[in-house]
Design a protein around this ligand. Structure first.
Ligand SMILES: [Zn+2]
Length: 68
């Protein structure tokens, strides 16, 4: 029996070893993004959804103007 391993075999064994040893729940490769339950995917990191904030601000202004 030959003990020689092809590079493909080594790679396959390595991936198997890594997956077995490190029980990773997920691998993050994508840049930072946020998800709003109302507006969905928003590129970039936001503490609050900019669209929701904008809508809230608009509603606030309408309310202020109607109160007189
Ligand atoms: Zn939103």
């Amino acid at each position: 029996m030959s003990q020689k391993l092809s590079s493909g075999e080594v790679c396959k064994n390595f991936v198997k070893k890594v997956l077995t040893n490190y029980n990773l729940p997920y691998i993050s490769i994508t840049p930072v993004f946020s998800i709003c339950p109302k507006h969905g995917y928003i590129a970039g990191e936001h503490k609050y959804c900019p669209i929701c904030e904008h809508e809230y601000e608009a509603k606030r202004l309408i309310k202020e103007n109607s109160e007189c």
